[in-house]
Design a protein around this ligand. Structure first.
Ligand SMILES: [Zn+2]
Length: 483
């Protein structure tokens, strides 16, 4: 996830405040085909055991010891290390592809399938956010095992699940497991910064059936040690900035004309500030909101339930819009965030600009939002231009096979645990795979407490006893979904 927009942290934060980003879903709320598929999976024979815990722990520690922060050029070294682990497990040289891109690289390892069906891709990132050793209690790039935790930069984000995926890919090979669909582990090398490796991988593997991302979703454990829910990330809002600009000839401030760039821009900003986009609903919100409503109760619970049943319910919309916790769940939002204008105290402004930051509902094109802003402003003197990098990404459908396999893996360790489809802020590798038309699901194997989540922060750590269940999680998912 990108610096400053750690979806997992946002997710945990929202849960601590009483509700999932987009709601709670348990198996009883899923459609009949899902329940049927779950029953079929539950009846399937037990397979070989998951990867060895000590081997996976070693991979995690070795990964932390390679400081893959931007600017140090260490990602290719980590990629070579993962290649060595997989080759030792029996992968051929031709099954592994490391592609350098500037100082970083992409990594791909394929467990060949027995059919020509489209492959399943696994996603994770090798890079980590910078960490200043001065601020840490322990050296961030020396893995330290202490008090039941492994400390180090990337121990959680994202080297934990990446290591678990590498260990599981190695174990499947050693077991002689032959998937019907090829399983391709794809690791990006600059997910936390510019995501050029992510875009390259998404373009190259756009034929995948679907993607499972180890950098999204995961289980939340309460402070009492009991699992509270499992979040499955299936959608991300589009992050898009628009620049508003007004230019005038300017002149002396003692000689004002009919127009003033700052005044004109101000009127546009006031209109945008007062504007509300038409409420929207998708599969994630429709399924999840009634269950969130049951969790939170009160007036907001009633409003969420009413909106799920009727997305044109004006009273429900007003109540949800008044609550910053939920306003983002019912549609696109756009707000002015930066303003610049003028060049001297005593001069008429020649230029005034503003940034409008939008969080666009999944599936809505960026151009559609731009056109709506132009209409709202209603002044041809104000130009509206989107950041050229902004592109829309659909929410992924809640595929019965994926939902059932995730439910089986999660319920193996926590029977009956609610599984919540969630929508995050638009920051993971999945975002770019969805843009390419590949449904993508954040299904991390890590279960942790909110109080243990230090991703991007100081003294990042992961519980040692999270390793074994995460290995069982990935083993179960990969065996079930590739057959
Ligand atoms: Zn991440």
């Amino acid at each position: 996830m990108r610096i400053g927009i750690d979806a997992m942290v946002i997710h945990f934060y929202l849960l601590r405040r009483g509700a999932g980003w987009l709601g709670w879903v348990s198996m009883r709320n899923l459609t009949a085909p899902v329940a049927l598929a779950a029953a079929l999976l539950a009846a399937a024979p037990v397979h070989a055991k998951p990867a060895d815990t000590d081997a996976a722990k070693k991979i995690l520690k070795d990964s932390i010891a390679i400081p893959t922060v931007m600017g140090r050029g260490k990602v290719p070294e980590l990629a070579a290390y993962y290649a060595s682990v997989l080759k030792a497990a029996g992968y051929a040289d031709t099954d592994i592809e490391i592609t350098p891109m500037g100082e970083t690289a992409t990594f791909a390892a394929t467990l060949q399938g027995t059919t020509k069906q489209k492959p399943i891709v696994l996603l994770g990132h090798m890079d980590v956010v910078e960490a200043d050793p001065k601020d840490w209690t322990r050296d961030p790039f020396v893995p330290v095992e202490e008090n039941g935790y492994i400390f180090g930069r990337g121990s959680e984000d994202n080297k934990f699940d990446v290591s678990m995926m590498v260990a599981t890919m190695a174990q499947l090979k050693k077991d002689g497991f032959k998937p019907k669909r090829s399983i391709i582990l794809l690791l990006s090398g600059d997910e936390e910064t510019s995501m050029t490796t992510t875009r390259a991988l998404a373009a190259k593997y756009k034929n995948a059936e679907f993607a499972l991302n180890g950098d999204g979703g995961g289980g939340l454990i309460g402070e009492d040690g009991k699992p509270k829910y499992y979040g499955l990330q299936a959608g991300e809002k589009t992050y898009a900035d628009f620049t508003l600009e007004v230019t005038n000839p300017g002149g002396h401030s003692s000689r004002p004309g009919a127009v003033n760039a700052i005044a004109e821009l101000s009127e546009a900003l006031a209109r945008i500030g007062a504007y509300r986009f038409t409420p929207q609903q998708n599969e994630l919100t429709k399924v999840g909101m009634p269950i969130v409503a049951d969790q939170v109760g009160g007036d907001i619970g009633a409003a969420l339930k009413a909106f799920a049943a009727d997305p044109s319910d004006a009273k429900a919309i007003a109540a949800i819009r008044a609550d910053p916790e939920y306003v983002g769940q019912i549609g696109t939002t756009c707000v002015p965030t930066l303003v610049k204008g003028g060049h001297a105290e005593n001069a008429l402004p020649q230029r005034a600009t503003a940034n409008i930051n939008c969080r666009i509902f999944p599936g809505v094109p960026v151009e559609e939002v731009r056109a709506e802003l132009v209409k709202v402003i209603g002044d041809p003197g104000v130009t509206v231009n989107p950041d050229p990098d902004a592109s829309a990404s659909d929410a992924s459908p809640l595929r019965p096979d994926v939902m059932a396999a995730v439910a089986k893996a999660v319920h193996a360790r926590a029977p009956g645990l609610p599984i919540i489809p969630s929508m995050s802020a638009g920051a993971t590798d999945s975002y770019h795979f969805r843009i390419q038309g590949v449904p993508s699901y954040g299904v991390a194997g890590l279960f942790s407490k909110a109080s243990d989540s230090y991703a991007h922060g100081l003294n990042e750590r992961v519980p040692v006893d999270a390793i074994a269940p995460a290995l069982a999680h990935w083993d179960s998912l990969l065996r079930d979904l590739s057959k």
